[in-house]
Design a protein around this ligand. Structure first.
Ligand code: MRU
Length: 368
């Protein structure tokens, strides 16, 4: 259950006409707008513009985008080369979240396992549904394996409030259900643990202030929105017990790419001897990579996202420029936290240290 009153998901397929339905996350929390995606171009545009965002959800959207590609191929008499071309276009929509290329590749292989174009659509749809269901189950299990970390802190604190800090939105809006970083938080609240969440606003697009705060409010979880620069101060004051974040790409050696600013939170947590956990499904591991700082592609987005800020003016969405008209800006969307700063990785198979050996212990079938 994502919200108190229903099974709202950020993505679903309209069984009547096969359209891919998505919540436009750019408009949340002030407006709930649902868009219909009917073509590969629609899905690519939605991923690029961050109508849908968050690594697992980008993967799921890419998977369903391949179903639309197979359907168009069947209708247009396109062969394998056409499907492979559409897969390459989808996989390139955003560069950092490895889930996208992983999911698109898996659905492409499923589709190409059939010769008949109609059967390819069925194979693609089956694979996309399987990926969606797996991500829901992976996130539920991340909650199960992350809960003991919070329970242990609650025990140490003798039932006093456990304060968790999180960055960006790694909730159900970024997945399908439960979220990654939020899954242990929701599980702990469902267990009645007294918990409070510091929510980094997460400039420049404020996924924390807009999306994480909304999710937590919907679930009745106590939280406070803070500026991205406040976390270190709160840690020094003993007001943070634990940091949990998500990931867009984690290497086989435990280097973690996540929303810009995560690395600085990891440094502050280390300086204050605080646990820094990363929650991720196995679809977010890049099994080909070890050195994340050297190897993970970091998306650079439109500088206007930094120069302008969007919000609600009481009647509608409004956008204002915050810097002088002539001042340029740079917009790095992600950074890499080296494995040495990560206390542990919370996955669907359990918690591992951020080392190649311990990741291999949990994923012997995946590590190259
Ligand atoms: O640019 P975004 O909003 O797609 O970035 C999202 C994040 O960095 C999340 O923390 C990450 O994708 C994990 S989502 C479970």
């Amino acid at each position: 259950m994502n919200t108190r009153d229903n099974r709202l998901r950020p993505i679903w397929v309209d069984e009547r006409d096969g359209a891919l339905k998505v919540i436009d996350q750019r408009r949340l929390p002030h407006e709930r707008v649902v868009l219909d995606l009917r073509s590969v171009d629609d899905v690519i545009a939605a991923i690029r513009a961050m109508v849908v965002r968050g690594a697992p959800l980008i993967g799921v959207a890419g998977a369903h985008g391949m179903v639309l590609a197979a359907r168009a191929a069947a209708g247009g008499g396109q062969g394998s080369a056409g499907l492979q071309h559409e897969a390459a276009r989808l996989a390139a929509a955003r560069p950092t979240a490895v889930n996208l290329a992983w999911a698109v590749g898996r659905v492409l292989r499923a589709a190409l396992s059939a010769a008949d174009p109609i059967e390819r659509v069925a194979q693609a749809a089956e694979a996309a549904e399987a990926i969606t269901a797996e991500e829901v189950e992976n996130c539920r299990r991340i909650g199960v394996h992350g809960l003991p970390i919070i329970e242990a802190l609650a025990a140490v604190k003798g039932g006093r409030t456990v304060n968790v800090l999180t960055h960006c939105n790694a909730g159900w809006l970024a997945c399908v259900e439960h979220g990654t970083a939020t899954a242990p938080i929701y599980a702990a609240c469902d267990r009645g643990i007294d918990l409070h969440v510091w929510v980094d606003e997460t400039r420049p697009l404020n996924q924390g202030a807009r999306l994480t705060a909304w999710e937590l409010a919907e679930r009745g979880v106590r939280h406070t929105v803070i500026t991205d620069n406040a976390g270190g101060h709160l840690m020094q004051r003993g007001l943070v017990d634990l940091v949990i974040v998500g990931s867009d790409r984690t290497t086989a050696a435990g280097d973690v790419a996540n929303k810009i600013g995560t690395y600085l939170k990891a440094l502050a947590a280390r300086d204050n001897h605080l646990p820094f956990y990363v929650a991720l499904p196995s679809s977010t591991f890049d099994w080909e990579l070890s050195d994340g700082v050297a190897g993970i592609p970091i998306e650079e987005r439109d500088p206007e996202e930094v120069r302008w800020v969007q919000g609600w003016d009481g009647r509608r969405q409004a956008r204002v420029r915050i810097c002088p008209e002539k001042s340029p800006a740079a917009n790095f969307a992600f950074d890499v936290t080296p494995a040495r700063l990560v206390t542990g990785l919370i996955t669907e198979r359990g918690v591992s240290r951020a080392t190649a050996d311990d990741i291999r212990r949990l994923f012997p079938d995946k590590v190259k």
